[in-house]
Design a protein around this ligand. Structure first.
Ligand SMILES: O=P(O)(O)OC[C@H]1O[C@H](O[C@H]2O[C@H](CO)[C@@H](O)[C@H](O)[C@H]2O)[C@H](O)[C@@H](O)[C@@H]1O
Length: 247
């Protein structure tokens, strides 16, 4: 359990510990960047890199991105910015800027699911298949009518096995390893420097982020969701920009 720390309140919005006590663990899509038509088309807003670098500096390096995306995608959009990155909802972890991704032992995804998913997304225009280290995402933002059929198909593929689960995402269905969630990543990060001993502040926007919120609160910290606590991702980023100047 972390000891109580002074809180800082930027001119408006939720409270957070002062920067010399805080560790920030932030979601990417829908939080640091607005949701876009495709995963590749998200845009990092002008000023965000500067805010994150200042945040990392003010928090003694305790800045992590905890994303559903693979780590290399976070590196692409935020190169050299967060100290640590957890990818694929906590399956993968790199704890430091110059460190290596920690080795992961995964159950191999049954190859027939990949070919079934390719066939399925091939039947529906403007849908897409995203492959991860230990999972698949079937995106239907470009064709919302495909969503319920994707769900039914995936549920049928997964029947009779316990290694993988179906999870909802924003206009997407994801197959992931059972038991993997962002709460594990928050706990693992908070156990070691530069995060250990600080008060976690987790911010996200999606169902997958609720585990991060729960873990941060269980560690004596703060967990915030968009739109419950910040009306929009843009307003969260504006709050963060004010925080780095005042906290
Ligand atoms: O945990 P996050 O960092 O929020 O990542 C969650 C998923 O984000 C991506 O998909 C979502 O964002 C896309 C870009 O805005 C959007 O086009 C898509 O509809 C959303 O589902 C990413 O592709 C997934 O791998 C992440 O799990």
């Amino acid at each position: 359990m972390t000891t109580p720390s002074p809180t800082a309140t930027p001119s408006s919005g939720p409270i957070a510990p002062s920067a010399d006590h805080a560790a920030f663990l932030l979601d990417f899509d829908g939080t640091l960047v607005d949701i876009a038509p495709t995963p590749a088309s998200v845009r990092v807003e002008p000023g965000l890199i500067e805010t994150l670098l200042r945040l990392r500096d003010r928090c003694g390096g305790a800045l992590a991105i905890v994303s559903g995306r693979p780590i290399e995608q976070i590196d692409h959009f935020l190169p050299g910015i967060p100290t640590a990155v957890a990818g694929e909802h906590g399956l993968t972890l790199r704890r430091s800027l110059d460190g290596q991704e920690e080795p992961v032992v995964t159950t191999p995804l049954p190859p027939e699911w990949q070919s079934r998913a390719e066939a399925l997304t091939g039947r529906f225009p403007n849908t897409a298949l995203e492959r991860k280290k230990a999972g698949l995402v079937l995106h239907y933002r470009g064709n919302p009518d495909a969503g319920s059929l994707f769900e039914q198909e995936i549920i049928a593929w997964l029947a009779g096995q316990d290694d993988f689960e179906i999870h909802p995402s924003k206009m997407a269905w994801e197959i992931r390893l059972a038991g993997i969630h962002k709460g594990n990543a928050v706990e693992a990060l908070m156990a070691q420097p530069p995060f250990a001993g600080r008060v976690p502040v987790f911010v996200g926007d999606d169902v997958t982020d609720m585990d991060g919120v729960r873990a941060a609160k269980a560690l004596g910290g703060f967990g915030y969701l968009i739109p419950d606590d910040f009306p929009t991702a843009h307003e969260f980023r504006a709050w963060l920009a004010r925080y780095v100047e005042t906290a």
